[in-house]
Design a protein. Structure first.
Length: 367
């Protein structure tokens, strides 16, 4: 009976979203909705082995990820993915963890702990002065070896603000050796805030970590450095690790988060190349992976360089497919700053498909 109530509530939620989305031809969104419905009915969706392992103890995680990403895509299109499911019935019937996603009949955007949120990050402000020994950091240095992971995390957070030179090596050790993922993430963030150049090469080596969330945290930290090799690693080790195939959804989320980081960096030499990788992800044969790439493209408009780089691609890129994608996303973003360029492109681009895409983008701007 409990499973039937769960299915009924989720199916109602998915049906309402589907009705609101009916007029939008978004294959990735449709795939996400199908995945959520399938999981709600009988868990008949066949995930990858890695995803299955991560969901083994929490059947609702697949549904949560589906609703979050589909909801993000719908919100981008000006819709509100609401559900006529009462808070009381959702609380009584939802699996553990899903209650936080349905609040007063609305799907929330709170990311599950196992997911990398595709939100534009603020790069870390690093220690302005050279690091030095700070007596007040002694307790935190000792706490990095505490048996309790929560205390080790708190210690890393405190050391991030200490600007203590002695913190670098212990944090690097935690990044490399600690078995707790959250501790490794906290260590990466702390090293990014301390800003010791001596930590850059070991942090680049740590990008081989098997956990995607740790890799994403390292990309955020490395992107906050001003040295070239740190920023280069964010692009060419995290986003495009030697041209390696995407392993799973978590791997792509880490890469896409790296694209957002790169487009926040002061150094603009990497941002256009990062968008080129994103355009490749948008063509992935897996609709669920394409949906993650689409969510990233939505968020790209909030980065420092996203708008400027798309406009630059339209002006100078030789590959018509890239110009066409850039034009389409400028139309979807609806930024009036792109109007003159889109008008010029619609009239004069040397490729017919790009001209037609620019005309469609201009029509979206007028809506």
């Amino acid at each position: 009976m409990k499973k039937q109530l769960i299915s009924l509530g989720l199916i109602t939620l998915l049906l309402v979203i589907t009705i609101e989305a009916r007029s939008f031809e978004s294959v990735p969104v449709q795939a996400l909705l199908r995945r959520g419905a399938s999981a709600a009915f009988s868990r008949g969706f066949q995930p990858t082995e890695a995803r299955l392992a991560s969901c083994r103890n929490n059947d609702s995680e697949m549904i949560q990820a589906s609703l979050r990403d589909a909801g993000m895509a719908l919100r981008f299109r000006g819709l509100k993915p609401t559900a006529k499911v009462s808070r009381r019935s959702a609380t009584k019937s939802a699996p553990n963890g899903l209650v936080n996603r349905i609040s007063q009949g609305r799907v929330t955007e709170t990311a599950a702990l196992s997911q990398i949120a595709l939100k534009t990050p603020e790069l870390y402000s690093q220690c302005a002065q050279p690091l030095k020994d700070v007596t007040s950091a002694n307790a935190s240095l000792a706490a990095l070896k505490d048996p309790a992971a929560k205390k080790r995390i708190a210690a890393a957070d405190a050391l991030a603000k200490s600007c203590d030179a002695r913190a670098v090596e212990p944090l690097l050790a935690a990044l490399k050796e600690d078995k707790d993922v959250e501790v490794r993430i906290a260590a990466a963030a702390a090293l990014g805030q301390l800003g010791s150049v001596d930590a850059v090469d070991p942090m680049i080596e740590a990008l081989a970590d098997t956990n995607a969330r740790v890799r994403a945290a390292l990309g955020h930290a490395l992107g906050s450095f001003t040295v070239h090799r740190a920023r280069n690693a964010t692009l060419n080790v995290l986003v495009n690790p030697g041209g390696a195939e995407i392993k799973d959804e978590a791997d792509l989320r880490a890469r896409c988060f790296g694209i957002l980081v790169v487009n926040q960096m002061i150094d603009v030499r990497f941002s256009r190349k990062a968008i080129g990788f994103l355009f490749g992800f948008l063509d992935h044969k897996d609709p669920q992976l394409r949906a993650i790439a689409e969510a990233t493209a939505v968020e790209l408009q909030h980065t420092q360089h996203g708008l400027r780089e798309l406009m630059g691609i339209i002006k100078v890129h030789n590959y018509p497919d890239f110009r066409r994608k850039a034009v389409a996303w400028l139309g979807r973003w609806g930024d009036p700053e792109a109007r003159d360029l889109l008008t010029e492109t619609a009239a004069n681009d040397r490729d017919l498909s790009v001209r037609l895409a620019a005309q469609a983008a201009l029509a979206q701007l007028k809506q």
